[in-house]
Design a protein around this ligand. Structure first.
Ligand code: CP
Ligand code: NVA
Length: 306
């Protein structure tokens, strides 16, 4: 049966760890995987802008020997009203994996149900599961292990937060999410992350106090205050989120060897200061690079050629 990757929760704990192991191998010896996807094709459909996801997926596919086809929805008949299901039915006849960046998670579910090939969530309003793979690999590379490490996330309880909640819980990490009241991650994701954490020895804490969240943390993470599709709320959000900025004060509260992550793109001076993103604790460029290695591993895993 084909496998989709629409949520971090589509992977078992063992699969997630095996995928990180494979990504580390792919990164260490890319030549060993050069022709592994020869003769395969990967279609990527973007209904929102992208720099990292698009380029890293294209390069990951090509460097493993697959043919990538990246398209914006405006270039497709999708932009003129063809349904996502019909698009999936047709793309399944040409390619081996379909990657979609979109708004509602439901569109990914409809696409996956209609497609005979694996479907990958390249970001929806609900989750960003590909980002989470790179985040976990980056933490593991720096800290050596993941279990019982504490990650503090500051800002909006959004798609990136949801994937981090599930991913951290799955690998036995402790995650603290500090948001302004009213911007918490959605309760069903928090509930599911807590359920997973009880099995793995992880922990999930929701807070409104950013300083409390950062205290002693091994990893500090933030994301934009207004996600794609929320541009109209940006000014209002900038005021609400001011106290959640990842700045030097937050870094000082964390562990002395804290690692700073951001999925990027960053709005410097808003959710993160120049000093912190360009500072000695920042691993954001390695994190961005790891999108490519983890997505190559994901393609190998979904196509059963790992
Ligand atoms: N982090 C991330 O997904 O970046 P892009 O929006 O540039 O793909
Ligand atoms: N939360 C952000 C992530 C961008 C990679 C957004 O959805 O715009």
């Amino acid at each position: 049966m084909k496998r989709d990757y629409l949520s971090v929760d589509d992977l078992t704990q063992d699969e997630l760890i095996a995928l990180l192991d494979l990504a580390a191998k792919v990164k260490a010896e890319p030549e060993g995987y050069a022709g592994r996807l020869h003769g395969r094709a990967v279609a990527m459909v973007f209904e929102k802008p992208s720099t990292r996801t698009r380029v890293s997926f294209e390069v990951a596919a090509a460097s493993a020997g697959a043919h990538p086809v990246a398209l914006s929805s405006a270039e497709l008949q999708l932009g003129r009203g063809e349904t996502i299901e019909d698009t999936g039915r047709v793309l399944s006849r040409y390619v081996d994996v379909v990657v979609l960046r979109t708004f509602e998670q439901e569109r990914l579910e409809l696409l996956a149900a209609a497609s005979s090939v694996p479907v990958v969530n390249a970001l929806s309003d609900f989750e960003h599961p590909c980002q989470c793979l790179a985040d976990l690999l980056t933490v593991r590379e720096i800290k050596g292990d993941l279990k019982s490490r504490t990650l503090a996330y500051l800002g909006d309880g959004n798609n990136v937060t949801h994937s981090l909640l599930l991913g951290c819980a799955k690998v036995g990490m402790r995650i603290r999410v500090a948001t302004p009241p009213g911007f918490e991650p959605i309760p069903q994701v928090v509930h599911r992350a807590r359920e997973i954490a009880t099995q793995t020895g992880g922990a999930v804490e929701l807070l409104n106090d950013p300083a409390e969240a950062c205290s002693g943390a091994d990893v500090l993470y933030t994301d934009v205050w207004a996600s794609m599709g929320q541009e109209g709320e940006a000014d209002e959000r900038a005021l609400v989120f001011l106290a959640y900025q990842l700045n030097e004060r937050m870094v000082e509260l964390a562990a002395p060897d804290v690692t700073v992550l951001h999925c990027l793109p960053a709005h410097r001076g808003q959710e993160i200061t120049d000093e912190v993103i360009d500072g000695p604790h920042s691993a954001v460029w390695d994190q961005a690079e790891n999108r490519m290695h983890t997505q190559k591993a994901l393609l190998l895993f979904l196509l059963g050629v790992a």
